[in-house]
Write a protein that binds this ligand. Structure first.
Ligand SMILES: [Zn+2]
Length: 251
C-alpha cells in the first residue's frame, strides 16, 4: 500500500474518531480505539487491504492489456483438464497450491511446473489464519513447504492466504520467508458452482491489469467437483483474447 494512501487512512481514522466522539457519549480515547479496532478488523478480512505491508493486487505493471489467471486450492483431478485447456490456448497461469493436495496429487503438481506455470503457496490445511497465532501459522506453512519439497516443486516466492484473510503473524511469517502476499481483483465464485455460463459472464468482466481468481480444488476437501470451472475456462480465455488481453503469471 503506498505511503500516501496510508496517510489518508490515518487521517480518515482520526476524523471517524472525532465524528463518533461528537455524536455519542463515548470519550475521545474510546472513540479512537473503536475506530482503530474496526480498521484492523477490515485489514484482517479484506484481502486487498495491506496496511502493514505490501501485496500484489494487480498486474498493471506488465504492460497494456495484461491480465492474470490464477487458480487456488489445487491440485485435484480437475487440474489435469485445466492444464489441457491452458496448453491448447497457449496461456500461462499461476497456481496457489495447498500442501495437503500436493501430497494427494504429486504428479499433477509436477505437471503444473513442467508445463511452465507459476506455483505459489496457499498453506497446508486451508485453515483461515486471521484468528490463529504464530505457532499455528508457522507450522502450517512449514508443512506446506515440506509437501512442495517432496513433490520436487520449485515455487515462486509468493503466497495467497486461505480465503485471503490474515493477521499480524501471517504477514510477519510471509515476510520472514521472503514471500510476497498476493490478492486478486476479480473473484467469480466458481467455488460455489453457480453454472458454467455465470462463471464465464463474471470472468469476462475482467478489466485491464486485473487478477482473476478461479479454483481447481475445493479447500482441503478430497472430493472435488470443478467440472464447471474446467468447462468455463476455454470460453473465458477465448473471450478475453477477443478483448485483446494478454496473459501473464504473477511472478
Ligand atoms: Zn483457497
Amino acid at each position: 500500500m503506498p505511503v500516501k494512501v496510508k496517510i489518508q487512512i490515518v487521517i480518515a481514522i482520526a476524523l471517524a474518531a472525532l465524528v463518533i466522539f461528537a455524536f455519542s457519549a463515548v470519550s475521545l480515547v474510546a472513540s479512537a480505539l473503536l475506530t482503530i479496532i474496526a480498521i484492523l478488523y477490515v485489514e484482517m478480512i479484506y484481502p486487498r487491504w495491506n496496511f502493514f505491508g505490501d501485496a500484489i493486487l494487480d498486474v498493471k505493471d506488465r504492460g497494456p492489456h495484461a491480465v492474470a489467471i490464477t487458480f487456488d486450492d489445487g491440485p485435484s483431478e480437475w487440474t489435469a483438464k485445466i492444464l489441457d485447456v491452458l496448453r491448447d490456448e497457449k496461456v500461462k497461469a499461476t497456481f496457489f497450491l495447498l500442501g495437503i493436495n500436493v501430497e494427494r496429487h504429486p504428479a499433477i503438481a509436477a505437471r503444473i511446473q513442467n508445463e511452465g506455470h507459476t506455483i505459489g503457496y496457499h498453506g497446508y490445511s486451508h485453515t483461515k489464519f486471521h484468528w490463529r497465532g504464530r505457532g499455528f501459522i508457522h507450522e502450517d506453512l512449514n508443512r506446506c513447504a515440506a509437501a512442495f519439497k517432496s513433490a520436487g516443486l520449485n515455487p515462486a516466492p509468493i503466497i495467497r492466504f486461505p480465503h485471503g484473510v490474515k493477521n499480524f503473524f501471517a504477514v510477519r511469517e510471509a515476510k520472514n520467508r521472503n514471500l510476497e502476499i498476493c490478492s486478486w481483483g476479480r473473484g467469480v465464485w466458481d467455488s460455489k458452482r453457480p453454472g458454467v455460463q455465470i462463471i464465464v459472464e463474471r470472468s469476462l468482466r475482467l478489466k485491464e491489469g486485473e487478477i482473476l481468481l478461479l479454483h481447481d480444488g475445493d479447500g482441503a476437501n478430497a472430493n472435488v467437483d470443478r467440472s464447471q470451472t474446467a468447462e468455463a475456462l476455454p470460453q473465458i480465455i477465448k473471450g478475453l483474447k477477443q478483448k485483446s488481453f494478454t496473459f501473464t503469471s504473477l511472478k
